[in-house]
Design a protein around this ligand. Structure first.
Ligand code: FAD
Length: 474
């Protein structure tokens, strides 16, 4: 009986239940990954993310081969083409069992349902595992048997679940045999180079290097995470999100590494490691929301009464925001950093998202799409959740009248302008006191820097009024 491990967003050799199960139960085990250019285009994925994905795939191919499993890369257009391609492959290669990790996005679930039906009709078995989240989304419901809609009660039950099911590493052994397919759609590694543009080169992509980065963070930094995580000039966060987004690390692996270092008391709610664990719960939560409330995958607000809110469709304001030319230094620095590096610190993501939705009243979906087109860690669930939260239309949303003041945020989290001056060097001669509001500096007229595109107090008052009128009308 021949097994196929279908890799998707789980590009690693360890902490991988499908690989462990397949090699335990079958003598011949091969692996496949479908390269889907049109799907990625449809999702608007950033070139830097695709560069990392391809580098990781090539590294993984070598890592799996060393462990006795051949990874075959097959190119089809998009998800629609996968069921037939997979069925053809199984028939051609005599594959009787397919194993993979569940994905919870709507298109992915539809694809998997189709695959299940098509393979089932041929008596080919497909088994789904759940390594994508620390806690499976279908395992947590409230006392009424309904899905949670806010984070805190979800988190309490999530934590209970982690305490009761501590992550344990799974070993797997090389199968006796593994196939290199010579299928008409098989892509050789060379043809993947068209995806490689070198933009992700600062991010290691070998499994060992990635794990070292995680371990360095857990040893040197996690204790101070609670205090340091909000300051963009410090490297106080883990930088693990690009790897989580393609599954180069598993969330259970991260939790396990922490438990090894800090012991089970970690789960009792103290210290930086616990604060960090809670962030992994946020990642799970946004996947949970997507699983139980799939309308969020169809461009709808979680709280769908906001679907009819009339955002402004002002393209020139959007251009100012996306190009870092709003006249709000912390917003501009953050956007320029994103455009140049494919990365943005979480505090800055919250600031620029709030600014787009609440100061400029632009559609949050524009921001969501723009982030996706630039971020190395672009991830539908976390991105959508973050944007809906910022626009006050999602789960646990900040109420519409709670609006970030960009200057105050800048003064608090980048008081000396250490981060902002890297990206907005035009402000180098502005005295520190005025760095976050340069228009108030008496010498401002000599600066080659835009004046604020909207006035803060007026924008806030306008937004509150618009939201309040809207809520009275629905
Ligand atoms: P750390 O602070 O070290 O946290 C560890 C991990 O916890 C992260 O890697 C991430 O997987 C998870 N995490 C942390 N904060 C959040 C959060 N607020 N929501 C969900 N998971 C979280 N994250 C993405 O991975 N991809 C996205 O496309 C994305 N878009 C976002 C858009 C907006 C508007 C906002 C406000 C947040 C977004 N986030 C996104 C969440 C968060 O900003 C990033 O996960 C974080 O900045 C990644 O840095 P890190 O790995 O150093 O995080």
């Amino acid at each position: 009986m021949t097994a196929l491990v279908w890799l998707r967003s789980d590009l690693r050799t360890v902490w991988h239940s499908p690989l462990a199960y397949a090699t335990d139960n079958h003598k011949q085990v091969s692996a496949v990954f479908f390269v889907t250019p049109l799907q990625w285009q449809h999702y608007g994925l950033a070139p830097i993310k695709l560069d990392l994905l391809m580098r990781r795939l090539l590294a993984l191919k070598a890592e799996l081969s060393e462990k006795g499993v051949q990874l075959n890369l097959i190119e089809v257009d998009d998800f629609d083409a996968i069921p037939a391609a997979l069925k053809g492959l199984c028939t051609e290669q005599g594959i009787t069992h397919v194993y993979c990790n569940a994905e919870y996005e709507l298109d992915e679930r539809r694809r998997d349902q189709e695959v299940k039906e098509l393979l089932g009709a041929q008596q080919i078995k497909i088994g789904f595992f759940h390594d994508t989240c620390l806690v499976r989304p279908d395992h947590l419901l409230n006392k009424q048997g309904l899905p949670y809609k806010v984070f805190t009660p979800y988190f309490h039950q999530w934590l209970e679940n982690v305490r009761g099911n501590l992550p344990t590493p799974q070993q797997w052994h090389a199968p006796s045999d593994s196939l290199n397919f010579s299928h008409s759609l098989t892509t050789d590694s060379n043809s993947l180079t068209c995806w490689l543009d070198g933009s992700s080169k600062d991010w290691p992509c070998d499994e060992g290097d990635i794990l070292n980065q995680v371990q360095r963070f857990l040893t040197d930094k996690v204790n101070d995470y609670g205090e340091q995580r909000d300051f963009p000039a410090q490297s106080g966060t883990s930088g693990v999100s690009p790897y989580l987004s393609i599954g180069a690390v598993a969330p259970a692996q991260l939790a396990h590494e922490m438990l090894v270092q800090y012991g089970p008391e970690l789960l009792e709610g103290q210290g930086g490691a616990f604060v960090w664990l809670r962030e992994l719960a946020w990642r799970d939560f946004y996947r949970y929301v997507m699983f139980h409330f799939p309308h969020v995958c169809r461009y709808h607000c979680f709280n769908d009464k906001y679907d009819s809110f009339a955002w402004h469709n002002d393209k020139s304001l959007f251009d100012a925001w996306s190009q870092g030319q709003t006249g709000y230094p912390i917003v501009d620095a953050a956007m320029r950093c994103l455009n140049a590096t494919g990365w943005m610190h979480n505090r800055l993501r919250m600031i620029v998202a709030s600014f787009l939705c609440k100061h400029l009243l632009l559609p949050w979906r524009w921001g969501e799409d723009y982030f996706m087109s630039k971020l190395i860690d672009g991830d539908f669930a976390s991105n959508n959740g973050g944007w809906q939260w910022s626009a006050s239309v999602g789960t646990d949303a900040a109420p519409y009248f709670r609006i970030f003041n960009p200057a105050a945020q800048g003064q608090r989290y980048d008081p000396d302008g250490e981060f902002l001056l890297q990206w907005v060097p035009e402000l180098k001669k502005v005295p520190r006191k005025y760095l976050h509001e340069p228009q108030k500096w008496p010498g401002a007229s000599g600066l080659d820097y835009p004046r604020p595109v909207v006035e803060h107090k007026q924008a806030v008052a306008n937004t509150k009024e618009r939201f309040s009128q809207f809520l009275d009308s629905v």
